[in-house]
Design a protein around this ligand. Structure first.
Ligand code: NDP
Length: 247
């Protein structure tokens, strides 16, 4: 699964699945730039961890909702590493509530952080990748983007939107050898799911055929596969990494 000196950019790389993806891509041989919004200390420690793997790392503070900042992040990455081969759109948040209790701000911020960010970074990266005649774009969707979930209409809409976007852009960019896929994780043990009570955890685990949450690394390994040459004939797909939850 060697990435042989490829250059990757991961949005929201400091924690959870994003951090595991940064480390997995670096272990595979890529130099990795990553963005973060607030976790400066974690960004610093991640740079050291990537360097310890013998790869270069670049941490960039950037709010994924801003197109201007996405363009700057791509420029910084290309200035540092001279190209951009792999883009992983990972940054995401939840602001759960039932429809009648969901306010407009919670709708807007989830759509902007989870969906508009994917448009921002994909558009900003596309020109560089088109010039190279090579690119891998991997977007983090979710099982609830496929199935919906009561109390998560904003989050589910953002993740379903990512699937439509992924399939459309896969068709647009295929002629330039840019492959675009989505990964749809189920229930992964990260800060995002840490608020669940023990009782809620058990209840969710019961809905999963494999009867357990996944570790972030289990998602990151699938991202590594899609980024590698083993997946050079896969585009426009949504790969579920959910222990069978979506079946
Ligand atoms: P975490 O909450 O653990 O981490 C989220 C990451 O996103 C952090 O690094 C955070 O940066 C970053 N981030 C959030 N908002 C912004 C922003 N505006 N700009 C830049 N970075 C931002 O989440 P997970 O690791 O659990 O989730 C990662 C992705 O996987 C998300 O897209 C999520 O929707 C998806 N997913 C997760 C599942 C799960 O069960 N955990 C299931 C299905 C999908 P900072 O630390 O600086 O705030």
């Amino acid at each position: 699964m060697k990435l042989g000196g490829k250059i990757a950019l991961v949005t929201g790389g400091t924690r959870g699945i994003g951090r595991a993806i940064v480390l997995e891509l670096a272990s595979g041989g890529a130099d990795v730039a990553f963005t973060y919004r607030s976790s400066a200390n974690l960004a610093e420690s991640l740079v050291s961890e990537v360097n310890a793997l013998g790869r270069r790392a670049l941490a960039i503070e950037a709010d994924a909702t801003s197109m201007k900042s996405a363009v700057e992040v791509i420029e910084k990455t290309v200035a540092e590493f001279k190209r951009l081969d792999i883009l992983v759109n990972n940054a995401g948040i939840t602001k759960d509530n039932l429809l009648l209790r969901m306010n407009e701000e919670d709708w807007d911020s989830v759509i902007e952080t989870n969906l508009k960010s994917v448009f921002n970074y994909t558009k900003a990266a596309a020109r560089t990748m088109m010039g190279q005649r090579f690119g891998k774009i991997i977007n983090l969707s979710s099982v609830v983007g496929l199935k919906g979930n009561a109390g998560q209409s904003n989050y589910s809409a953002s993740k379903a939107g990512i699937i439509g976007f992924t399939k459309s852009i896969a068709k647009e960019l295929a002629s330039r050898n840019i492959l675009v896929n989505a990964v749809a994780p189920g229930y992964i043990d990260t800060d995002m799911t840490a608020a669940l009570t023990e009782e809620q955890r058990k209840a969710v685990a019961e809905t999963i055929p494999l009867k357990r949450a996944a570790k972030p690394e289990e998602v990151a390994k699938v991202v590594l596969f899609l980024a590698s040459s083993y997946a050079d004939y896969i585009t426009g797909q949504v790969i579920s990494v959910d222990g069978g939850m979506s079946v």
